[in-house]
Structure formats: structure tokens, C-alpha cells
Ligand binder design. Structure first.
Ligand code: GLC
Length: 478
């Protein structure tokens, strides 16, 4: 099959979140399964064309109503994937990150229209255009309306994956015509309307041939009024074409045996020594005590990630004889909280405000427990990485966290299968209780602790199975 991923970010070139990991890792797996996979992304500022031997392929232009906007398509080939970059100086080469500009609506309208021009030009006949999140949500709509009788575009099937339902891509109804030359009736008939605005995500939900989200549990949540972030009515209408497929993770990037960033690599049968050596080195570097349990969090410190629970859990862990390492940035009060916690307990706390990939790897390898009490989590990657490095995740059981962690239950004595800890309600008390359970196991039973760790190290979160599900989904369309 010929598959084009249309996405606002993808590794190894651009990343703000998990979307970039998924676009790249899923594509790599699809290539391994003998598909021809291309990724089209904006050409942002920090991309280095020389390093990747990127070459200009086409000079095209987008007609955005009365404006004619020229752009280039740059091509490179990486890990078996064709990358096509939409190159437009004004829209994409900006100084303060990928998103968050006043004209994001227009920037990604331009990008979506550029993808359409690219599809008209390229000689490969794409079977599937797989769009990710709101930025490219108008592509399925354009294919099914303006281009439905086009000899090439009219035949392409589209798949939408929802990674984050919070971002709807709202814009003014008049922009339908101004940006896309699409008929206002799409709005009045409700096909692209959400909350009395145009929503590009809603447009994709209405027009894509299939819809996925990144875990089966999140799929179910999205169909309920409480868990859907306002999308339940629209998704209910499409429920026959809507599936949840759990993301995998990149086993090459995160591999205790070869990871260049951790203190000591380990073979799977030597995990006990390997973990101990990493914890010891980490504790030495940051003046902590290798004998005490080490909890950690690597996360944006924001509402979605359950920031108030994170703070309560950190505070409780440290006051109950544990240690806590944090790497992340976000809400100012949370950053301040951690700086204060460090000032109060320098012998038990390590704080790094910001992002640092190397340090993140070290934290995963050194920690006993990794907390992830998200308010909502379509899939989540941290908990899977933690398991791969033998750090037991402590999660709130929502979305992908529900699907990827089996919590230890003292009453059920399920230590033969459990690979983490969990709680259900969004409550500080329940979150702290989970930390207490983890401490009890750590202090009370080395046998159970080792069993849980072994189970975590054994879980299979490779892309293999999920990739098969995507392939089946694509096949059902062609
Ligand atoms: C979004 C979601 C996260 C998911 C990622 C990749 O960032 O918030 O849960 O893992 O997308 O699908």
C-alpha cells in the first residue's frame, strides 16, 4: 500500500509531544511490513537540510482564495520513509516553537492545502492519507467535497487519528471561504460546526473514512459525555467507523542494552544488577541515597498530566521516607512547588525544570517507581518507557494508562501478572494511597517487588501488533 501521513510534527525532525513519536514509529513499522510510506510535515526552522541530504523536489503554489502562495517541497529519505517538507518561510520558520501563534489557523490551512497540491503533483498514487489531529483535519473534508470528482484525489481514502481531543482547531465560519473556498453550507448543515464555530477536528470526524484514537479505553471514553471533551455526539454518529488502537513505543530508541545515555547498560537477564548500578550512579550524581525508594516523574507539569495529584504524590513520597526526581516544565506554581520541595529536602529531591532527553533516560533507568496520574491520557508513552526500564508505573487508570498497566492488588495477590500500580478516581487521597502501596511493597517484600519488575520488563509494547491493526483498517478501505 502507498500511505501518506499528514502531520504537523514527526521525529526525527520536529517534536512537541507524543504525536511526533507515533508518526515516525508507526511509519517505520509499516515500512517493515512492506508498505510504501511517506510523511508530509512543515519545514520548521531548526531542520538542518545538509545533515539529512534534503533536496528540493517541486515548486508549487497554494491558492488561498484571492492569494497565490508559492512554496517548495523538499524531500529526504530516512529509515525507509520518504519525508516531504512543505517549505514556506513566512508560515513555518518562526522563532518560538512550532505552535501557539495568532495565525495558527491560517498556517495549518495553508499546510493542508499544500498537502492537496502535493497529492495532485506526486506520481505515486496514494491509497491512504492518514491525518493526525486538528492541524490537518480539513484534508478529509477537501477530498470529500471540492475534490470528490478529481481523477486522483477523489479515489484517496482518509483516516483520522485523534491524539488529543482537547484541541479542536476552531476558527471563524467565514474562514471556510476565505481560506479553503469551501461552501458556507458545510457550516449551516453542521458538518464542520462545533460550538458555533468551524472545527477542523470535527470536519475530519465527519468526513474521514475511518477514525482512530490511540487506545481502546480512550475510544470508549470519547463516546461518553464525561470523557469526550465535547466530541461524543459527533463520534457516536461515526461509531461504526471508529476504533481504538494502542500505540506502541520505539524499542530501538529505548533499549536498556544499547541506550547511550544511561550509566550502565544491561542485558535482560541481568536487570537486577543493571537497575541497581543505574540507581546508584544517579543517586551519587544528585546526592540521593540509593537505599531509599526513588519515585520520579518526567512530564509536562500541566492539568492534563494531573499536576495537583503529581504534587500531592511527590510531597507524600518524600515525607514518607521516599525520594523524588522530577524533570519537566509547565505551570509556574508547580515549578515553584518543586523548587521549594528541593529547598526543604535537598537530600531526597532532584529537580530539573525544562526538558533534557539524556537526563530523562537516566531517570527512567534509575527509578523504582514512575508516576503518571493523568487527568486524561489518550495513550501515554512515559508509562511504557518506564516498564521497559523496570521502573514500576503508578498511574491513574484512564485511557491508554488503563490499557498498558496492570496494577498490583494486595488483596487479589496478582503479583504474577501485575506490572505497576494504579488508582481510578481523580483524587489526591487515592493517588497518595497508591504511593503508600508502592512503599509497602518496596519496604515489605523484595520478592514481590522483583516479580512486578520482571513483569514490567516483559511487557510487549512494540509496534508490531498495533501496526497490524492499522494495516487491517487501511485494507478495509481499498
Ligand atoms: C497525545 C496524547 C498522548 C498520546 C500521544 C501520542 O500527546 O496526549 O496520550 O500518547 O498523543 O498518540
Amino acid at each position: 500500500m502507498n500511505i501518506l501521513m499528514a502531520t504537523a510534527e514527526s521525529l526525527p525532525f520536529s517534536k512537541t509531544g507524543g504525536l511526533a513519536d507515533v508518526a515516525y514509529a508507526l511509519s517505520k513499522e509499516l515500512v517493515r511490513e512492506d508498505n510504501n510510506v511517506s510523511i508530509i510535515v512543515p519545514y520548521y526552522k531548526d531542520l538542518d537540510p545538509k545533515k539529512y541530504k534534503a533536496k528540493k523536489l517541486y515548486s508549487l503554489s497554494v491558492k488561498m482564495n484571492w492569494r497565490n502562495i508559492p512554496f517548495n517541497v523538499i524531500h529526504t529519505y530516512y529509515d525507509g520513509i520518504h519525508y516531504y517538507f512543505v517549505d514556506h518561510e513566512g508560515y513555518f520558520k518562526r522563532n518560538n516553537g512550532l505552535y501557539g501563534y495568532f495565525d495558527d489557523g491560517e498556517r495549518y490551512a495553508f499546510f493542508s492545502l499544500a498537502v492537496i497540491e502535493f497529492l495532485k503533483k506526486i506520481s505515486i498514487k496514494m491509497d491512504i492519507v492518514h491525518v493526525h489531529d486538528w492541524q490537518v483535519g480539513m484534508i478529509p473534508c477537501l477530498l470529500k467535497t471540492k475534490y470528490k470528482d478529481h481523477p486522483v484525489l477523489g479515489k484517496i481514502k482518509s483516516v483520522l487519528t485523534i491524539h488529543n481531543p482537547l484541541f479542536k482547531g476552531y476558527f471563524n465560519a467565514s474562514s471556510l471561504w476565505d481560506l479553503y473556498e469551501l461552501d458556507y453550507s458545510l457550516y449551516t448543515e453542521g458538518k464542520v460546526r462545533l460550538d458555533n464555530q468551524v472545527s477542523t477536528l470535527k470536519a475530519a470526524i465527519y468526513f474521514a473514512d475511518k477514525i482512530t484514537t490511540v487506545s481502546p479505553t480512550h475510544k470508549n471514553e470519547l463516546l461518553t459525555p464525561e470523557g469526550s471533551k465535547g466530541l461524543n455526539y459527533d463520534l457516536q454518529l461515526r461509531s461504526g467507523d471508529f476504533v481504538g488502537i494502542l500505540n506502541g513505543m520505539d524499542y530501538k530508541e529505548f533499549n536498556p542494552l544499547r541506550d547511550p545515555f544511561i550509566y550502565k547498560n544491561w542485558k535482560s537477564n541481568e536487570y537486577k544488577n543493571g537497575k541497581a548500578a543505574n540507581k546508584e550512579a544517579f543517586c551519587k550524581e544528585f546526592n540521593l541515597n540509593p537505599k531509599k525508594p526513588l519515585f520520579s516523574v518526567v512530564s509536562r507539569l500541566t492539568d492534563q498530566k494531573g499536576i495537583d495529584l503529581i504534587l500531592a504524590m511527590a510531597n507524600f513520597a518524600v515525607k514518607s521516607g521516599g525520594q523524588f526526581a522530577v524533570l519537566g516544565s509547565g505551570d509556574a506554581y508547580a515549578e515553584e512547588f518543586f523548587n521549594n520541595l528541593y529547598r526543604q529536602y535537598p537530600e531526597s529531591v532532584m529537580v530539573y525544570i525544562g526538558y533534557n532527553n539524556e537526563l530523562a533516560h537516566k531517570i527512567y533507568a534509575a527509578s523504582d517507581f514512575f508516576i503518571m496520574p493523568s487527568a486524561f491520557e489518550p495513550c501515554g508513552l512515559g508509562q511504557m518507557i518506564a516498564q521497559r526500564y523496570g521502573a514500576l508505573p503508578i498511574v491513574r487508570r484512564t485511557g491508554g494508562l488503563y490499557d498498558s498497566v496492570i496494577p498490583y492488588d494486595m488483596n487479589k495477590k496478582n503479583e504474577d501478572v501485575a506490572d505497576g500500580f494504579g488508582f481510578t478516581n481523580y483524587s489526591t487521597l487515592d493517588a497518595m494511597t497508591s504511593v503508600a502501596q508502592a512503599l509497602m511493597v518496596y519496604n515489605g517484600s523484595k520478592v514481590i517487588m522483583n516479580k512486578l519488575m520482571k513483569n514490567a520488563l516483559k511487557v510487549d509494547h512494540t509496534w508490531k501488533k498495533s501496526c497490524q491493526e492499522y494495516i487491517e483498517l487501511y485494507k478495509s478501505l481499498i
